[in-house]
Design a protein around this ligand. Sequence first.
Ligand SMILES: [Zn+2]
Length: 329
Amino acid sequence: MPAWAELLEKQPVAVRMLQNSIEKSRIAHAYLFHGPRGTGKREASLLFAMRYFCKEETESSEPCKNCSACKRIYSGNHPDVHFIQPDGQSIKKEQIEFLQKEFTYTGLESNQKVYIIEEADKMTGNASNRLLKFLEEPNQQTVAILLTENSSAMINTILSRCQRIQFHSLNEQEQYNRLLQEGIPDSTAHIFTALQLDLGQAMEWKDDPWFAEARKIVLQLVDKVLDSKEEGYLFLHQVWLRQFEGRDQIELGLELLLIWYKDIISYHLDRKDRVILIDQLDRLETYMYRLSIQEAKASIYEILQTKRRLASNVHNTLAMEHLVLQLQR
Ligand SMILES: [Zn+2]
């Protein structure tokens, strides 16, 4: 079970802000927890909800984790704590409407309610507008917690109604050491650290054949766009788009691609200590002669642009086609 004390080491600013608002009973109607993957946003939202409903009388901001409320929240079974996650690619209007309907009934255990919207940036326009109405008429005892890795994709009218709490990426060395301790091989631990995976996800992916294949395909794409001017496009359609299907997978593919181009730059700058793909040093050496530092930087810019386009809902295939054309230049 998570604990504030544990999270405090990783996210001192965020945790102190939240503890403060709990201890001083100055709880906002809506919070936005934003920051990269694996930084403890979900744990913090659970702890917050547990403390809000904990039956133990205490001055402290730490929930007891033993009472029925704490236990039910932790296992996702508390009637007044609702979780919303994307249904497929997005969070739909109906999901927000369902939540509102639930809230019109009086609380089963109390009048307090907490709802936690995970990946809140994936709300459709209609869902966002629906939520906005909900936020505009706050009930005194209802707390909304929105979690996102990508707050720039959310509408301003929602952002302005939330108290924003930033979660910073973990100290990389710390995270890398933790992965090694869990028996993840060195070369993989470097990649997982760069991807900012949390421990659970890292353990899941370490033996996942899909992820091994994804790594290979990313490398092949770099080869194709550097080798010949036409093959990249073909490879994109015949291999890449079949491997990376949903939005999350495509984003992962782009993250892996970014790692390659950043590594080429590290190599150029003679900073081999910064290289992430440590089992690919020979290949990076040959890439260095084929791609100047300016070209590598331009490629990184294009990959970041593609991420932005995807976040603003440009079609996956279109965005990737555009990227491959740019990388081939
Ligand atoms: Zn409790």
